[in-house]
Design a protein around this ligand. Structure first.
Ligand code: AMP
Length: 390
């Protein structure tokens, strides 16, 4: 089932596959518009279920549970793209699923995703598909080194990838990644990493936000900055590519496209996420309509909202590393009182029970007159949380 005949009335229940922080912020946005949310996730007491009205705790391969879930909601979305296509299709038997299984299928495999981009004429990092050690040896000659070897499936935040500094690294890299199907990408000496958020309604209406500038630490997004309305060839090219991707995927919902901007000012797609994205969290404060509200609107068949990103903003992730380690006396949380020094900084916490290094526990956002000031403030606020208690 793919069409709604009319927008879903307030009071309807929206379903979401996945129980993480993206599902939580989706549920918060849905609540603002008067919808209830039913979360489908294998974990109990997850970030999304804490703020939703209902949860099904089941595996994504439990098709009976999926059928019951889908029959209890008016439409279904998802908060991570590795929801099995079969699960999305099982739910689509009963209600619209947005984005649809076809779009998920296209982005769940890096090789397929790059083939899709190439066929659509959208620039992406030069790459080769790798199925064996022999293919890797010949590909590294063609792609050149350094190069990045990435497993085609289930890679995120730098997991499932390794750098080949020279062709001599090929054997090590191939066994390091477990001899799975891979893509070998040229290593891009990028000037910046940027992302564009794109919302697309069932009627084809599109609204974008960005580009947003992103910096990573240990392959994990660290800080995102929205610069405000910047007209440049780079922003035009990235917005055009995001729109083309949304149309080609027949996306209904909210997606994020990540790009490398090269030293020559060209943009190349790195990855497509057919769901809200960490770099878009700042839209909660910076835009009239957040990325999560756009996801709700597209799902419920409401008109999309505006995303005039003319207010500079910055977001910094709060990883589990900020939390005290076990055994630190009388303290289980970061020193939140220090945020009083930063009255413009907004704290978001995801309700995760256990902090681990590298785990996303929350984020900070601030709006400021200039992007530099916003970035400075959000970094300073986070540094205050990290400073030793003296
Ligand atoms: P990914 O999981 O593909 O988004 O990669 C995580 C991060 O690794 C990216 O945000 C980049 O900082 C870096 N990276 C990935 N692929 C490349 C590449 N081909 N060239 C340079 N850096 C890369």
């Amino acid at each position: 089932m793919n069409r709604l005949t009319a927008p879903l009335p307030p009071g309807s229940t929206l379903g979401v596959f996945g129980g993480g922080q993206l599902g939580r912020m989706f549920a918060q946005a849905a609540d603002k518009l008067g919808y209830r949310v039913h979360v489908f996730a294998p974990e109990t007491n997850c970030p999304a279920s804490q703020v939703a009205s209902q949860q099904t705790v089941a595996d994504y391969h439990d098709f009976q549970a999926i059928a019951r879930f889908a029959q209890s909601v008016a439409a279904v979305t998802l908060e991570f793209e590795n929801v099995p296509v079969a699960a999305a299709e099982a739910a689509a038997h009963y209600v619209p699923v947005r984005p649809a299984g076809d779009a998920l299928y296209m982005v769940q495999d890096r090789g397929r995703e790059k083939g899709f981009l190439t066929a659509a004429g959208i620039p992406c990092t030069p790459y080769c598909n790798i199925r064996s050690e022999e293919e890797l040896h010949s590909a590294v000659q063609r792609v050149g080194s350094p190069a990045v070897l990435k497993t085609t499936k289930f890679g995120y935040d730098g997991k499932g990838q390794t750098i080949l500094q020279s062709p001599d690294d090929a054997d090590r890299a191939w066994s390091h990644l477990g001899r799975h199907k891979c893509v070998l990408e040229q290593f891009i000496d990028f000037r910046r990493e940027i992302s564009v958020l794109i919302a697309r309604g069932a009627d084809g209406e599109m609204v974008t936000c960005g580009p947003i500038e992103n910096s990573h630490t240990n392959h994990i997004l660290d800080v995102s900055v929205l610069h405000g309305e910047v007209a440049s060839a780079v922003s035009e090219a990235s917005i055009d590519a995001a729109k083309k991707i949304a149309v080609e995927l027949d996306l209904v919902g909210l997606a994020c496209v990540e790009f490398f901007e090269t030293a020559e000012g060209k943009v190349m797609v790195n990855e497509i996420a057919p769901r809200p994205h960490n770099s878009g969290h700042l839209t909660i404060e910076a835009c009239e309509t957040s990325q999560f509200e756009q996801q709700v609107r597209a799902l419920a068949g409401l008109p999309l909202g505006a995303m005039h990103n003319d207010r500079p903003a910055a977001m910094a992730n709060l990883l589990g590393d900020l939390w005290p380690v076990d055994g630190e006396p009388n303290r289980s949380e970061p020193p939140w009182d220090r945020l009083r020094e930063f009255p413009d900084v907004q704290l978001h916490l995801y309700g995760k029970q256990t902090a681990r290094p590298g785990r996303k526990m929350g984020h900070l956002t601030v709006l400021a007159p200039t992007p530099e000031e916003a970035e400075h403030q959000v970094r300073a606020a986070r540094a205050a949380l990290a400073a030793p208690i003296g």
